[in-house]
Design a protein around this ligand. Structure first.
Ligand code: ADP
Ligand code: MG
Length: 209
């Protein structure tokens, strides 16, 4: 049997790479409470990009009751970290499923550390741009405590916020330095109002077209 396009018969990894090679991929990076999710929502509305948050994907997989979800649930119940490969497979599957219709992908809250970025590139594709949502520590804490009043998220309390900020400064900030060397980092001053930040977002995304 002659396979015209060998990529179809190849591993999901190769097929995924082939499908996604012309996609715009935007990493949205910033501390907890900096406003990543808020800006992503607005980008989806205006630009029709697909918003993928790894936390949401994991929670959805668990809730679906799939085999993968059951394994994840067991890991998460033990309080262990979900393996990087699993997170990446989920991201890739979600991206491939939308590759034909999506105008671009917003990868929210990933990579959390440099290694995650390197693995993403190996398995999926290099990012087009990194939007760095930059807010000061005090601003982030204030927003998270406010969000905690209604979010129902178990990690929006003072104790956990401190830990998340620590992890962010240690593990995630190096990600920004890593991509800065490539010239794809676009820093947003995220201290202002939602709309003020979004104006900066639009300037960066409009420049991509
Ligand atoms: P992240 O996804 O980066 O953790 P969110 O988008 O969930 O952050 O925002 C955290 C909280 O701060 C939310 O309650 C949100 O409504 C609020 N928020 C986001 N951006 C701003 C802003 N520019 N000004 C004031 N509050 C904001
Ligand atoms: Mg978020």
């Amino acid at each position: 049997m002659g396979t015209e396009c060998s990529c179809l018969a190849a591993s999901p990894e190769k097929a995924g790479k082939e499908k996604l090679k012309n996609s715009k991929i935007i990493f949205v990076v910033g501390g907890p409470g900096s406003g990543k999710g808020t800006q992503c929502e607005k980008i989806v509305q205006k630009y029709g990009y697909t918003h993928l948050s790894t936390g949401d994907l994991l929670r959805a997989e668990v809730n679906s009751g799939s085999e993968r979800g059951k394994k994840l649930s067991a890991i998460m119940e033990k309080g262990e970290l979900v393996p990087l490969d699993t997170v990446l497979d989920m991201l890739r599957d979600a991206m491939v499923a939308k590759a034909d219709v999506s105008k671009g992908f917003l990868i929210d809250g990933y990579p959390r550390e440099v290694k995650q970025g390197e693995e993403f590139e190996k398995k999926i594709a290099p990012p087009t741009l990194l939007l760095y949502v930059d807010a000061g520590k005090d601003t982030m804490v204030k927003r998270l405590l406010k969000r905690g009043e209604t979010s129902g998220r178990v990690d929006d309390n003072e104790e956990t916020i401190k830990k998340r900020l620590d992890t962010y400064y240690k593990a995630t900030e190096p990600v920004i330095a890593f991509y800065e060397k490539r010239g794809i980092v676009r820093k947003l001053n995220a201290e202002g109002t939602v709309d003020e930040v979004f104006v900066q977002v639009c300037t960066q995304l409009d420049a991509l077209k």
